[in-house]
Unconditional design. Structure first.
Length: 204
């Protein structure tokens, strides 16, 4: 019997809804019966190599109000520019650095914060290297698809000038939206979803 294919209607897209933090970071929201620890809660341990840093900031909506129910996932290289991944053929990455983390925004302050190490420059081919950066994925109520962006370091001017993503932006004046500024001993990186200061998002 021949199979007859029926064209089905596409389901309407949905946002993450108001319970994204409860689902992805239950311990953070006070639900302690699901996992012993929230997945991605720590990128480093006492043996991780590299310069320790703290990254903090807020996520703002189109009218400039902070979003207090977002989740951020970050992915970055270790201090030598290698990823803790089975796809790294060298096997020389720092096994005490976890490369990936999941960070909830504080629902009272609207601030996110995480501790990590400053990433090294990731090689591209035999000569070129990326500037040190951290990849961000943002999801929150009202966002249909997670948003991808990168955080670069404002104090890495020479490396930033050679980075393929930064140098190939169509509107170079917006490159500043991807730069984290060092304030004291903390890197501050605010993310703007819309408006005149909208962060550059990547189509990945």
């Amino acid at each position: 019997m021949a199979f007859q294919h029926t064209q089905l209607k596409e389901s309407p897209s949905q946002t993450a809804g108001p319970f994204v933090q409860m689902g992805l970071t239950p311990n953070f929201t006070g639900i302690h019966s699901v996992y012993e620890n929230d997945l991605g809660g720590a990128l480093i341990n006492d043996k991780t190599e590299g310069e320790r840093i703290v990254v903090t900031g807020q996520i703002f909506d189109g009218v400039g109000s902070p979003i207090n129910d977002a989740i951020i996932e970050v992915w970055q290289a270790d201090a030598k520019g290698r990823y803790n991944s089975p796809f790294d053929p060298s096997g020389k990455c720092d096994k005490n650095f976890f490369s990936w983390g999941r960070i909830p925004v504080d629902p009272e302050t609207g601030i996110y914060s995480f501790s990590t190490i400053k990433p090294g420059r990731v090689p591209i081919g035999s000569e070129a290297r990326m500037a040190p950066h951290i990849t961000f994925w943002i999801v929150a109520r009202g966002i249909n698809l997670g948003l991808h962006t990168r955080m670069y370091f404002a104090d890495e001017g020479d490396a930033n000038a050679e980075d393929a993503v930064l140098t190939e932006l169509e509107h170079q004046h917006r490159a500043s939206t991807l730069l984290a500024e060092l304030e004291g001993d903390i890197y501050k990186f605010n993310i703007y979803l819309q408006g005149a200061r909208e962060t550059v998002f990547l189509d990945i």
